[in-house]
Design a protein around this ligand. Structure first.
Ligand SMILES: [Zn+2]
Length: 340
């Protein structure tokens, strides 16, 4: 009975809010928004569902008008004070300075551990690490930066580690390369220095196999980890020829780097910044909710919409969620790590 009362109460509030909103809306100034190139329109950081050119009712006061361009993948923005109907045109002069995100990419020459066949090691040559690093940079150029509409600019530092690293064995089936193994070798991995660390190592080498039920892993709550940095490991199955395998992924399932990185900022970090993010998926992870929001494998549209704040909300019609260009311009893990 208590629940029923609560429901009725909410409905009456909702109706009142609706009535007063529609009266107010009728008298709002109409703003015509256009840009040098066709694009999606954002109002105060939220995707509006409109594309340029569009006439929109905007409440009087100060607003951030943004346009994410379809072809050149730029975000243009203007702070405007609306008091009457107006036309706002965005040009390339309205492109903000991108926010710098710093990645540390670590190529691991050799991992050791207790496989099912006993102790063994799995190694990458310098050339194989080069191939992995090129794959990562390809993803930065083709996914990370354009999906943020170039509001992020990634500065990537690469280090190769030749000291063999002992894998952590979780239960009987998992092998992981833990952040503690990295910080023991690289004391510079500490709060405020990097937004994310990406570790690349070889899954199997001859008879030595550290195969288990994952390809990439990410730590999902950087601010509550000692390093206060996003942490991703990619356990790569290089097969006979690493370049063939990388090309297969590029053509069929190209999102591994961006997928794992999005776990580091899309599960807790941006939520804690106050950004409205999609709901969790069935396994408790936000990034795995793609199907719930009607996206399909290999999920590239999901990553793009997740990053640009254009995931259609399931319940509230015509509203959208996800990170979005204004949030990318405002926050980095690195800066947050030094504030807390
Ligand atoms: Zn995942």
């Amino acid at each position: 009975m208590k629940n029923l009362l609560l429901v009725l109460f909410l409905i009456s509030i909702g109706l009142q809010a609706c009535d007063s909103k529609s009266e107010k809306e009728a008298s709002l100034p109409i703003v015509r928004i256009d840009a040098v190139e066709k694009g999606f329109i954002y109002l105060d950081g939220q995707y509006t569902g409109y594309s340029t050119p569009a006439d929109m009712k905007v409440s009087p006061g100060e607003h951030v008008i943004g346009v994410a361009t379809n072809e050149s993948k730029q975000y243009l923005r203007k702070v405007v004070t609306v008091d009457q109907s107006a036309e706002i045109n965005l040009s390339l002069n309205d492109k903000p300075e991108p926010k710098v995100w710093k990645a540390l990419w670590l190529g691991i020459h050799e991992v050791t551990g207790s496989s099912v066949n006993g102790r063994c090691q799995s190694s990458f040559s310098k050339e194989e690490l080069d191939a992995g690093f090129n794959f990562f940079q390809w993803s930065i150029r083709n996914q990370f930066e354009p999906f943020s509409y170039n509001t992020t600019k990634w500065e990537v530092e690469r280090k190769d580690i030749s000291t063999p690293i002992e894998l952590h064995k979780a239960g009987n089936t998992w092998f992981t390369l833990e952040p503690e193994s990295i910080t023991a070798l690289l004391p510079e991995v500490q709060p405020g220095n990097y937004d994310a660390v990406f570790v690349f190592w070889r899954e199997s080498d001859g008879d030595c196999s550290f195969k288990s039920s994952y390809f990439g892993l990410a730590w999902t709550d950087p601010m509550n980890d000692p390093i206060k940095t996003g942490y991703v490991t990619i356990k790569f199955d290089a097969g006979d020829d690493i370049n063939n395998n990388i090309n297969w992924y590029k053509e069929n399932d190209p999102g591994v780097w961006v997928h794992e990185w999005l776990h580091t900022v899309g599960e807790n970090y941006f939520q804690d910044c106050g950004v409205q993010m999609p709901e969790k998926g069935g396994d408790g992870l936000v990034l795995h909710a793609a199907e719930k929001y009607n996206y399909t494998y290999p999920w590239m549209d999901w990553y793009a919409d997740f990053m640009s704040g254009r995931v259609k909300n399931l319940v509230a019609p015509n509203t959208y969620c996800g990170i979005g260009p204004e949030a990318f311009l405002k926050y980095t893990v690195r800066e947050s790590a030094l504030k807390k």
